[in-house]
Write a protein that binds this ligand. Structure first.
Ligand SMILES: *[C@@H]1O[C@H](CO)[C@@H](O)[C@H](O)[C@H]1NC(C)=O
Ligand SMILES: *[C@@H]1O[C@H](CO)[C@@H](O)[C@H](O)[C@H]1NC(C)=O
Ligand SMILES: *[C@@H]1O[C@H](CO)[C@@H](O)[C@H](O)[C@H]1NC(C)=O
Ligand SMILES: *[C@@H]1O[C@H](CO)[C@@H](O)[C@H](O)[C@H]1NC(C)=O
Ligand SMILES: *[C@@H]1O[C@H](CO)[C@@H](O)[C@H](O)[C@H]1NC(C)=O
Length: 525
């Protein structure tokens, strides 16, 4: 790999331990009681590569692993905060790491990524099982009531506790406080980063909040919309049929950025009409299928996003060109039928947190039911977990910097929610250039959820954030790379909002040097 992380250079200025690992004592955590603290050296840790969170794996890692158990009075919870302190090569920085889906934290994978890069790192389980797709172990208490204490941990409280614990334990072990603290998370972890900026603005100097699950009560409901549409229309296109629509949209809009590369570079300006495919035939599983008007209706409603029964827009849909295999998944059913496979996180949100009934049948949701559930989701949970307060004045006053990137082919979290939030912040905080001084957003064409997809993925946004916080170098672009179908490396510099990347008209289309940033989102703002 040609991408050498900055951390390789920083290792030389390392700090050694001041006390034995086992001597670490309980930190003070306001609002919580620490039940136990156990420090244990862990030597020669090897963790194989893990998609997105730990792409190259770690080996030979030596850390002091500190487990801090704490509880909040009146909540009856038992939260485990885990901190990994590198025994050699600490870079003087602390990193709080985020969770994914229903998990408040990502455990040892995220810790290994942080400690492997020289940070002291922390994760928290939020007091509940870290199961990404299934909240059944903790969502309801024994009376069938929503476990609001644990939901609050997941939404906000445990994030701040973790920052307090992580920094205090780091200071004890090395004999000095971290010089800088960073948040690093994607998806739920991205939402958590924004929660930190909004609610605990002094916790972190820099926040990397990727593909954030902000606007939770709305976007989670919007993730269920494709299934409601398919059930109500009794039309379940196979993935092969969905792929036909996706391929057609890419064919129609690929050239908008000046280059034919299988990626819609500028979906804002792609006017895709799914009805043009009606009547054409496609071979799926060796069978000729004719595209019907009902199939085009389903695709159209999924791209448009949910509406209420009055036809008013409730939230966004998938960006054109995005695969339908996340929230619009269909699978083979009995007797050669095709049935819907709801996205587990939105499905469980409805069953546990809205209906408080694990057995509630989400397939039976009508458009009227959907409108009511959407409203309930917002009225009951917006204040708990909406995570879209645009007032970042306290965070910016501390000198904090925040970077978000979001894939424009994210099949799970709608990039328009990130765009909307950035525009809210601009309105609340003095306009575009004022916000650019502390919060920059990058939309990555063709990129999926937290990575993957067909477009170049930002390679080291955390290093870009560190350079902004510590050297004042504000990022204009994020260096991105991917490997295309032929095995060739494709590089891009992802432009910062509101700019989009356009081909210069000459030069290698697989090289970042052949592109410039041009305006586009401006028209949509
Ligand atoms: C560290 O772990 C690796 C892989 O498990 C092993 O091959 C190696 O011998 C270990 N090194 C030491 C010093 O224990
Ligand atoms: C600490 O938390 C873990 C995980 O929740 C739990 O298994 C363990 O019993 C707790 N220990 C103490 C001393 O509370
Ligand atoms: C369940 O309800 C009973 C009676 O209202 C109450 O005493 C008990 O504390 C509740 N249990 C939980 C776990 O909330
Ligand atoms: C499948 O088809 C057979 C024959 O038409 C029918 O008897 C059976 O009930 C069907 N099963 C299901 C699950 O629909
Ligand atoms: C759930 O609802 C769907 C749609 O109304 C229905 O076909 C199905 O039988 C229901 N499933 C159960 C277990 O009741």
């Amino acid at each position: 790999m040609a991408f050498l992380p900055l951390t390789a250079v920083i290792l030389f200025a390392s700090v050694a331990a001041a006390i034995p690992c086992a001597s670490i004592t309980a930190p003070a955590v306001p609002g919580a009681t620490v039940l136990s603290v156990i420090g244990t050296e862990m030597l020669n840790i090897t963790i194989p590569p893990f998609p997105i969170l730990l792409p190259t794996g770690v080996s030979g890692l030596n850390v002091c692993n500190v487990n801090v158990n704490l509880t909040h009075s009146g909540v009856n919870d038992n939260v485990l905060v885990e901190v990994w302190l590198p025994l050699e090569g600490w870079n003087g920085r602390f990193q709080g790491t985020g969770g994914g889906g229903w998990a408040t934290g990502s455990g040892s994978i995220a810790l290994a990524a942080a400690a492997g890069a020289g940070y002291s790192g922390a994760t928290t389980d939020g007091g509940h099982a870290n199961n990404v797709i299934d909240p059944s172990a903790w969502a309801l208490d024994s009376n069938g009531t929503v476990n609001s204490g644990l939901l609050t941990n997941f939404a906000s409280r445990s994030l701040h506790d973790m920052a307090v614990v992580g920094k205090a334990v780091t200071a004890q072990f090395y004999g000095r406080s971290p010089s800088y603290s960073y948040w690093n998370g994607c998806s739920t972890g991205g939402r958590q980063g924004l929660m930190e900026a909004q609610k605990y603005p002094a916790d972190y100097n820099g926040i990397l909040a990727i593909s954030p699950a902000i606007n939770w009560p709305s976007f989670i409901m919007a993730e269920q919309w494709p299934q409601v549409v398919m059930e109500q229309k009794k039309t379940f296109p196979t993935q092969c049929i969905f792929d036909t629509f996706t391929a057609d949209s890419i064919l129609q809009c690929d050239m908008l950025d000046g280059v034919k590369d299988g990626v819609i570079g500028d979906p804002e300006n792609c006017a895709f009409d799914p009805y043009k495919l009606v009547g054409s035939t496609v071979t799926c599983d060796s069978t000729e299928v004719t595209i019907t008007h009902a199939m085009a209706d389903v695709v159209s409603k999924i791209l448009d996003g949910p509406t209420n029964i009055l036809g008013q827009q409730l939230w966004y849909g998938l960006k054109v060109g995005t695969p339908f295999n996340g929230i619009a998944l269909t699978v083979p059913g009995p007797n050669r039928t095709t049935i819907g496979a709801p996205f587990p996180i939105s499905d469980s949100w409805i069953r546990y947190f809205l209906k408080r009934n694990p057995n509630f049948n989400t397939s039976a949701i009508t458009y009227l039911d959907y409108s009511l559930l959407f409203a309930q989701s917002n009225s009951e949970y917006e204040r708990v977990i909406g995570t879209n307060n645009p007032d970042l004045s306290a965070f910016s006053a501390t000198g904090g910097k925040m970077i978000t990137w979001h894939g424009l082919s994210d099949p799970l979290i709608f990039p328009d929610g990130t765009l909307k939030y950035r525009q809210w912040v601009e309105r609340a905080m003095g306009g575009r250039s004022a916000v650019d001084k502390f919060y920059r957003v990058f939309f990555a064409p063709g990129v999926g959820h937290c990575g993957m997809g067909s477009g170049p993925v930002p390679m080291d946004p955390l290093d870009a954030l560190v350079a902004w916080v510590e050297k004042g170098t504000a990022p204009e672009t994020l260096a991105a790379a991917t490997t295309d179908a032929s095995g060739a490396t494709v590089t891009k510099n992802i432009c910062r909002y509101p700019l989009v990347s356009r081909y210069n008209g000459n030069g290698d289309p697989k090289s970042a040097a052949s592109y410039s940033c041009a305006s586009s989102f401006a028209s949509a703002a």
